[in-house]
Design a protein around this ligand. Structure first.
Ligand code: NOJ
Length: 767
């Protein structure tokens, strides 16, 4: 930072004339809100700086450009590099995304700090979604661990590695609830449940941001996409969202609110319209709920190009109008629409945008930059030696391996096919994914190099006692696996089937690694069909004809419909896209060196036609068949209402038993629940004890079951433990259609067990 600015700041901290506005206006505009946790030293520095900034410079802070290399969205027409460099030099850029590595970050930071009038550092954003260069499991997989400490640690090491590469800010966690496996981005969230997602949101925010945001190994987090993005109609990405207030308040908002309460420093709005108004131009969401009601003191970044997209939505007349709508609605930073930088000065001069809003947006952005310590040392994240020693370090590899093992869900294990014997076995490994060192990295892995994951084949070969033979069987995708282009998925070649059958015939056990390539889920990758893609289903059935002793290892970014496999294949392991250490984690679980403990964070349907399918649905007025064969009840005539595998489901190599469920109503807003858990099997193991509640009648109907507590418990064989839960106001109540939190008297049920379909229940009444 230029010296004269430093001196100036010290001087003016003493007390400057702040931008003045009366209380009522401030409330209406949700600026200068009531957050009492703000650091007063930082606040006065921000004030001082704002006081010497021109309107153009403040607007510059609100402008975010994509870097010159990686691209994570459609490139705008006016996005040429020369103009970007020019704007950088003029102090008209506040942030860049997709710039990575100390060398490149330093280069752009140097321009901002040393060549502009005020020398305000950039904030460098990047999609550190599940790791930066060392990749951890996709967030949906991590969520299957229900292990909040491990998830926090995973975010912590991701932050450390990213920060060492010059990055200050991640566009994560995505906290969108989704109930539709067709949506490609379910891989990026925590699944279908609001309670679990809220807990995970907190763990991830704390992991990324740490205790001290200004430390060189922590980065700012971003709760996204505010709001409703996961409810895209028919699971098609970017599609229309139309949901009522009950869903908005009870299902969609809570994880965002939890992230805000955990201190998340930024929010990202979303591409979708919500009930007719695009989220980016949605004043109710951003000003009323987020900034006013929740008192959020950080800043809101638009999604990539989402300001300009309000024209295509049919909400804005042109770019100028879109700019006006977005700023007035509370979008503080423009990601790659390139509109704020070109349109805002005129809009302010014409009186269409109040300058107070510009000052407020700039204030929020500067505040976070100060909190990150960027003004003390803009190059604090740019240390080549640290980058060298931290990237891919043992600590990070260990953390992602640990997370990967914990993310695996055992779906079926008939006759104890698993764990595998460590010696004397002939093992056939089949499937293109088994030998793929890129696919396990998943979809959001821009910082990672292709081919850097441990494949399943490599992981299994590390156990040398068995003889391993590999056959690909069939391809899954043709062509390059790049982020922003369509994959060629019309794979029909079955010429590898013969070889696959030959190796299977000679094996004691066949391990088939099937599913989706890492790039078959993620942004822009919705599917109308959620079966195994390509000819993999046929391959599975053909191999089964010659050897039935199959362990199916699934790699996928969403629930798949695998009815045939569930009926025929003795062992099924859900291994998602597990990241850099994928093959090692899978091998350790298959051989029993790690006893699987994951539970599904999303329902697996029997058929795509059941979607959206989720455990916490409403009862309807006709939930059950009144008498055999009767047609007038809520059902399909061709498939059952039940899922293939419910939310919360997952097996272990040991077994658990639940007894002694007790409920004690302490008061009208405190209910204690306890249950005894016993490990009834032969191995040490972990179980996620889940508590569900049902409010039997209410002024606004409540779901048939809602998760309200969980605990991850590890027990030795024959060991028992009593698990205690407390249901307080937050768990017992709900939001009305007006967004008011209600605690109503009445009858309730609790269900406790190792899955959402548990039947162990007890009743209680609140007066
Ligand atoms: C668009 C995605 O929706 C968002 O989640 C991501 O952070 C940005 N692109 C930046 O890559």
């Amino acid at each position: 930072m230029k010296n004269y600015i430093k001196t100036y700041l010290q001087l003016v901290c003493i007390g400057l004339l702040l931008v003045s506005c009366n209380q009522t206006d401030e409330k209406k505009l949700a600026i200068n809100t009531v957050n009492t946790n703000l650091n007063t030293t930082i606040e006065s520095k921000v004030d001082s700086l704002l006081a010497i900034m021109t309107l153009e410079e403040k607007i510059g802070q609100m402008n975010q450009y994509n870097g010159f290399w990686d691209v994570t969205g459609p490139v705008p027409e006016n996005g040429d590099a020369a103009k970007k460099y020019d704007d950088l030099r003029k102090g008209l850029v506040g942030s860049m995304l997709n710039v990575r590595g100390v060398k490149d970050v330093r280069a752009v930071q140097k321009i901002a700090v040393e060549e502009t009038r005020l020398g305000i550092p950039l904030i460098i954003g990047f999609d550190v979604i599940h790791g930066y260069k060392t990749i951890s499991p996709i967030p949906l997989a991590e969520s299957a661990s229900w292990d909040l400490e491990a998830i926090k640690k995973s975010a912590e090491v991701a932050a450390e590695e990213a920060a060492a590469a010059g990055i200050n800010w991640t566009f994560a966690p995505m906290v969108d609830i989704s109930r539709d496996a067709r949506w490609g981005r379910v891989m990026e969230g925590s699944g279908e449940d609001t309670y679990l997602s809220s807990k995970i949101a907190v763990a991830r925010v704390k992991g990324f941001q740490g205790e001290d945001l200004s430390a060189h190994n922590t980065i700012a987090a971003c709760a996204k996409h505010f709001a409703g993005y996961g409810f895209a109609e028919s699971g098609r990405d970017y599609n229309t969202v139309d949901v009522g207030t009950s869903t908005l308040y009870n299902t969609i908002f809570p994880p965002f609110q939890a992230a805000n309460e955990a201190g998340v420093r930024t929010f990202m709005n979303s591409f979708n319209e919500l009930n007719g108004v695009p989220a980016t131009g949605n004043k109710y969401l951003q000003r009323e709920i987020l900034k006013h009601q929740w008192g959020f003191s950080g800043f809101v970044v638009s999604d990539w190009g989402s300001i300009a997209e309000m024209i295509a939505h049919g909400h804005a007349k042109d770019g100028t109008h879109a700019t006006e709508l977005a700023v007035n609605a509370g979008s503080d930073m423009d990601m790659e629409s390139n509109l704020y930088v070109n349109e805002l000065v005129t809009l302010v001069k014409e009186g269409k945008v109040d300058e107070q809003l510009i000052t407020d947006a700039a204030r929020r952005i500067l505040r976070v930059k100060f909190e990150l310590g960027l003004f003390d040392d803009p190059y604090k994240y740019c240390n080549e030696e640290r980058e060298q020693s931290v990237t891919g370090s043992k600590e990070i590899q260990d953390a992602v391996l640990d997370m990967a093992k914990k993310s695996i869900v055992l779906l079926k294990n008939e006759n104890n096919v698993l764990p595998l014997k460590k010696e004397g076995q002939k093992i056939a490994v089949i499937g293109a994914l088994a030998n793929d060192k890129t696919s396990p990295l998943g979809s959001w892995r821009i910082g990672a190099d292709d081919g850097t994951a441990v494949s399943v084949l490599e992981g299994l070969k590390a156990y040398s006692g068995n003889q391993i033979t590999y056959a690909k069987g069939a391809d899954l995708v043709y062509g390059q696996t790049v982020f922003a282009r369509e994959l060629d998925i019309n794979v029909s070649d079955k010429s590898g089937f013969t070889e696959a059958k030959q190796v299977a015939k000679q094996a004691d056990v066949v391990i088939m690694v099937l599913g989706e390539h890492g790039f078959q889920s993620g942004e822009g990758r919705s599917r109308a069909d959620i079966d195994l893609p390509g000819v993999q289903q046929e391959l599975l059935e053909e191999v089964y004809k010659v050897n039935k002793n199959i362990v199916l290892v699934l790699n996928n970014g969403r629930p798949l419909s695998i009815n045939w496999a569930d009926e025929h294949i003795p062992a099924i392991v859900e291994a998602w896209h597990l990241g850099t250490q994928s093959g090692n984690a899978i091998a350790q679980v298959l051989y029993g060196d790690y006893n699987p403990s994951g539970k599904l964070p999303m329902t697996f349907p029997r058929s795509v036609g059941q979607l959206p399918l989720y455990y916490n649905s409403k009862s309807t007025g006709r939930p059950n068949m009144p008498s055999p064969g009767e047609v007038f009840w809520s059902h399909y005539t061709d498939v059952s209402n039940t899922p293939l595998y419910p939310f919360g489901y997952g097996l272990s190599y040991t077994t658990f038993n639940y007894t002694n469920l007790k409920v004690n109503v302490v008061s009208n807003n405190t209910v204690e629940v306890s249950v005894k858990l016993t490990n009834t099997g032969k191995l040490k193991g972990k179980e996620v004890v889940q508590l569900y509640m049902q409010d039997l009648f209410a002024s606004v109907t409540r779901p048939v079951k809602e998760l309200k507590g969980f605990e991850l418990v590890e027990l030795n064989p024959n060991e028992s433990k009593t698990i205690n839960f407390t249901l307080s106001k937050n768990e017992l109540g709900f939001y009305s259609n007006e967004g008011k939190f209600l605690l109503e008297p009445g009858d309730f049920k609790v269900y406790v067990g190792g899955s959402s379909n548990t039947t162990l229940e007890a009743k209680f009444t609140l007066e």
